[in-house]
Design a protein around this ligand. Structure first.
Ligand SMILES: Cc1cc2nc3c(=O)[nH]c(=O)nc-3n(C[C@H](O)[C@H](O)[C@H](O)COP(=O)(O)OP(=O)(O)OC[C@H]3O[C@@H](n4cnc5c(N)ncnc54)[C@H](O)[C@@H]3O)c2cc1C
Length: 292
């Protein structure tokens, strides 16, 4: 196997184009697949030495709305600790694996791995994130909602690298929360997760974004629920009011981690709890799904 370690994004794009290799970031997913024989890359392109792909900064260009830009090579631990990022994204990152996994794994790797239960994916959807993809031809930007096409599948071409994740600053100003449920504390992968981002003025909700994971082949926005909640007050929030709109949007399956029926019930609970946290009625993961 060939191993390349470019130090710039252009060098990485050239290497990917010429070798048709496989991108290695933290390796916390890829090395597992290699060990299991699921994939056997001929060339590994290690992007961990590209400094420009790490870090979080606010970009203001001309009169355009400011953007919070996260390098795809930023570790999950760095995302989890960043005060510059909205609560739901930090909480999603905090839910990933163990400290060792968060220190090695990157947010770009979590996105490109495209697991339906990836814990940063629903926050990114709820925040209207955009993904900047780099190839030798230049860059193109894809909305997060259009990026995921199936379990472990995305619109990323084989010669493209996820370079940055961008969050519109308006989405960062909204209240937000992430909730997940797993089999146990510690390294449990989400059986269901949910992220909510909402503007609340005088108790009235607008710009509502609700995203759920592990309840369909891709992480999903719940458009019907978002419409239902828009213009309502946080006092109107009750699980019974959300239930039909949540269940209309999800398509869970039975698998080794839980049944479809369980996932449906838990999704309603997690979405309600995240919305309630945004409304200031509750806070803290421990008060989660079983609280009502
Ligand atoms: C024990 C354990 C527990 C875990 N727990 C969780 C959990 O609780 N929640 C969760 O969401 N995940 C979990 N994971 C999965 C994993 O840690 C995350 O998905 C992590 O963020 C992957 O990042 P990485 O940098 O290690 O990606 P890598 O393994 O390096 O790459 C993953 C995939 O993405 C591609 N890729 C990576 N970066 C780019 C890029 N910039 N551009 C294009 N392609 C790219 C790679 O080619 C590969 O196909 C766990 C993994 C392990 C081993």
């Amino acid at each position: 196997m060939r191993y390349l370690k470019p130090t710039s994004i252009h060098e990485a794009a050239d290497a990917l184009e010429s070798s048709r290799g496989t991108i290695l970031a933290g390796g916390t997913d890829l090395c597992v697949y290699m060990a299991e024989g699921v994939c056997q890359p001929e060339t590994l392109i290690d992007i961990s030495g590209i400094d420009s792909m790490r870090g979080i900064e606010t970009i203001q260009s001309g009169r355009e709305e400011a953007t919070v830009r996260i390098g795809a090579g930023t570790t999950v631990a760095e995302v989890a600790a960043s005060e510059a990022l909205p609560d739901c994204l930090r909480q999603g990152a905090q839910a990933v694996g163990s400290p060792q996994i968060r220190n090695l794994g990157t947010i770009g790797g979590n996105v490109c791995n495209a697991s339906p239960c990836g814990d940063t994916l629903t926050p990114l959807l709820a925040l209207d994130a955009r993904f900047v993809l780099r190839s030798t031809a230049g860059t193109r930007t894809v909305e997060s909602e259009e990026f995921f096409t199936g379990p472990k599948q995305t619109v990323l071409d084989p010669h493209e690298i996820l370079e940055f994740i961008e969050l519109p600053s308006a989405s960062c100003a909204r209240a937000s929360a992430f909730r997940m449920i797993g089999n146990r504390k510690g390294q449990a992968i989400s059986q269901v997760n949910a992220a909510v981002s909402v503007a609340i003025v005088d108790g009235v909700m607008s710009d509502v974004r609700v995203a759920v994971g592990s309840v369909a082949p891709v992480p999903l926005r719940l458009a019907g629920l978002e419409e239902l909640l828009s213009g309502k007050t946080v006092e109107d929030l009750h699980p019974a009011n959300l239930r039909d709109a949540v269940l209309e949007g999800v398509r869970p399956i039975d698998d080794v981690r839980s049944t479809a029926t369980y996932r449906q019930e838990v999704t309603v609970a997690l979405v309600f709890d995240a919305l309630a946290a945004c409304g200031g009625q509750r806070s803290g993961q421990d008060e989660g799904a079983g609280a009502w």
